[in-house]
Ligand binder design. Structure first.
Ligand SMILES: [Zn+2]
Ligand SMILES: [Zn+2]
Length: 271
């Protein structure tokens, strides 16, 4: 039995004798099955075909994969008074990666923004001794490899370590979550946003979409709800999901301007 990994979204499924019939995450309207068809790999094969990248993104050590794999997000390692927390996840995990991360203190917990980044979360948990993986319960149906390490949380916020608070924003996914890091950026705070708040190409604005590959925007009420749930928290930086996707200062203003721009364009009359 092998735990197959979808090569388009990087999600690992529960062990099975044959590859799953389909990837439910890629068949959803927020993702896609490539024209070349559904394809699968395994962690063993990924360890031979790909290698890890460790690099600082602003204040945080980030972990990614080369060459690009799946959605190609990178994860972030966030320090707290109770040890490090891994924010979001990538499909590759290996003994070498575990050794390197142990060298900077290991990780005590994992929190993931939404199902596109669940990837090999169970392998990561087990590699660090069965640490908890915090997922919002509203996205429970998208867990393709159930495991006791997964701790579903409910309601709107949850503090998982001193100064580290998960915030359900909804939007892209109903259980979509960002994480507030109170001590970040000199105590001014940071938001780790996955693609619930998408740091866009100019690194000065954010995008708000139900689907990024299929260009389905969020409506006005959904964007207002996302903004309202983040508004009570103090922050100066936003870390998005992809390499280089960081707004390093004045991020609260970037959020306000981006929300206003999005809402304005939704309401423009025909040109
Ligand atoms: Zn997939
Ligand atoms: Zn996504």
């Amino acid at each position: 039995m092998k735990a197959f990994i979808c090569t388009t979204c990087g999600t690992q499924f529960a062990p099975s004798a044959a590859p799953p019939d389909a990837c439910l995450i890629c068949e959803d309207e927020r993702q896609y099955v490539p024209l070349t068809g559904q394809a699968w790999t395994t962690l063993d094969r990924l360890q031979l075909s790909h290698m890890p990248i460790f690099r600082y993104e602003a204040e945080l050590m980030a972990v990614g994969i080369a060459p690009a794999f799946g959605i190609n997000q990178r994860a972030l390692i966030v320090p707290t008074a109770q040890g490090n927390v891994l924010w979001d996840c990538v499909s590759l995990i290996s003994d070498a990666m575990v050794g390197l991360i142990q060298g900077i203190g290991g990780i005590q917990a994992i929190a993931i923004s939404h199902p596109h980044y669940y990837t090999t979360q169970v392998e990561w948990s087990r590699a660090f001794g069965g640490i908890p993986v915090h997922l919002h319960a509203a996205d429970r149906e998208w867990v393709m490899r159930p495991d006791p390490c997964i701790q579903f949380w409910e309601c709107e916020t949850k503090e998982i370590a001193p100064g580290l608070t998960l915030i359900r924003t909804g939007g892209h996914y109903e259980g979509g979550t960002v994480m507030h890091w109170q001590q970040g950026h000199g105590g001014r705070g940071a938001i780790l946003s996955g693609d619930l708040l998408q740091v866009v190409a100019d690194r000065k604005h954010l995008g708000f979409m139900r689907s990024y590959p299929n260009y389905i925007p969020l409506g006005a009420r959904a964007v207002e709800a996302v903004a309202g749930r983040v508004a009570p928290f103090a922050y100066d930086a936003i870390y998005g999901a992809f390499w280089g996707g960081v707004i390093p200062a004045n991020a609260k203003r970037a959020m306000d301007v981006s929300v206003a721009r999005h809402l304005e364009w939704l309401e423009r009359p025909a040109l």
